[in-house]
Design a protein around this ligand. Structure first.
Ligand code: TYM
Length: 328
């Protein structure tokens, strides 16, 4: 039997090239090798305020993007988290087996709540729901960017704790972090990661950006003092980020990218990065537009939901029996 691979991208904003590199690209590369689960974690998105109509729209658009990127909707399980209630049910069981201390150590929680007065409880317990998303399908591998590694580690800890407390129930998952592109950085402040929800849209390239915008954003990216296109994340974070984007989208390694740009100036680097992005993204956007016009997104989600739910229901049933919920 094939091992299982699972990941999800929140519909909390327009997807960025960072989301593509950390999440979708790995799924595209691995989908033939593994039994693949790719879902839309919409319940995660309401941990912060969302406009309901926008959220509904984005759920379908994210799936359109998965398909446009080349993820097969018939071979894999593609579904919406909130349409499978066993995620939340299992999350509650896991929550009752988690500690305030370990949750307080989640760096993303600390970053998202820094300086905020009113902090939603959902934001605090969100990594437990993420653990439930993974464990309910007994996923072996979880491809993500570097920012989600700590959350996957929590999922591992919760699985191990549950198994030793109640008996073997869950597979202990492993994170799959890409060698190149695990953390695409903000174009205006390369000390930060590129984000869907950046305050300034010029800091991120979105998968739906038109050609002109892509070129403008890349040409406006912050570079570093000195010359020389070399990969040095500490002293040249801006240039290293552009090299990473180039390598990710042209399919080469970082040393190969450095060799390609030997003797080049920062302006040449930017022009070529913009060019690879434009070629890749305009093609992607054409496929996306076709997909959104067809009825394929809903067909994919209906069939994905039914197939995924049958698996989730089995795992949940075992977990609730293990802890003594309901009737035997
Ligand atoms: P999210 O929606 O923030 O991000 C989706 C994926 O994109 C990756 N990513 C990046 N990779 C490289 N560079 C960046 N700048 C960058 N920004 C984001 C993320 O690491 C992620 O792989 N909690 C998750 C969603 C989730 C999930 C899950 C993922 C919910 N349940 C179960 C895996 C398994 C999140 O907020 O990702």
């Amino acid at each position: 039997m094939k091992k299982r691979l699972l990941t999800g991208l929140q519909p909390s904003g327009e997807l960025t090239i960072g989301n593509y590199c950390g999440g979708i690209k790995q799924v595209v590369n691995y989908q033939d090798e593994y039994d693949t689960f790719l879902f839309v974690p919409d319940m995660h998105s309401i941990t912060v305020p969302q406009d309901p109509d926008t959220l509904h729209r984005r759920v379908r658009e994210i799936v359109g993007m998965y398909l446009a990127c080349g993820v097969s909707g018939t071979e894999n399980h593609i579904y919406v988290q909130s349409e499978i209630p066993e995620h939340a049910n299992l999350s509650w069981i896991l929550e009752c087996n988690s500690y305030m201390g370990e949750m307080s150590r989640m760096t993303q929680f600390k970053a998202k709540t820094e300086g905020k007065k009113e902090i939603g409880c959902g934001l605090f317990t969100y990594p437990i729901l993420m653990a439930a998303d993974i464990l309910i399908y007994n996923a072996n591998y979880v491809p993500t960017g570097a920012d989600q590694k700590q959350h996957v580690e929590l999922a591992r800890n919760l699985a191990q704790r549950f198994n030793s407390k109640y008996g073997e129930t869950f597979v202990v998952p492993e994170p799959l972090i890409p060698e190149v592109g695990a953390k695409i950085r903000d174009l205006l402040d390369p000390t930060k990661k590129m984000s869907k929800s950046a305050e300034n849209p010029r800091a991120s390239v979105f998968l739906t950006d038109p050609e002109k915008t892509i070129r403008k954003k890349i040409m406006g990216a912050v570079t570093d003092s000195g010359e020389g296109v070399v990969f040095d994340e500490e002293n040249k974070p801006g240039v290293s980020n552009l090299l990473t984007i180039y390598a990710s989208f042209s399919g080469c390694t970082i040393p190969e990218a450095e060799k390609h740009f030997e003797g080049a100036r920062y302006g040449d680097l930017k022009k070529e990065v913009a060019e690879v992005l434009v070629v890749f993204l305009t093609d992607l956007q054409d496929r996306f537009a076709e997909i959104m016009k067809s009825g394929i997104v809903d067909e994919t989600l209906d069939s994905g939901r039914d197939r995924a739910r049958a698996i989730a229901a089995q795992t949940y049933d075992l977990a609730r029996r293990r802890v003594g919920l309901g009737r035997v």
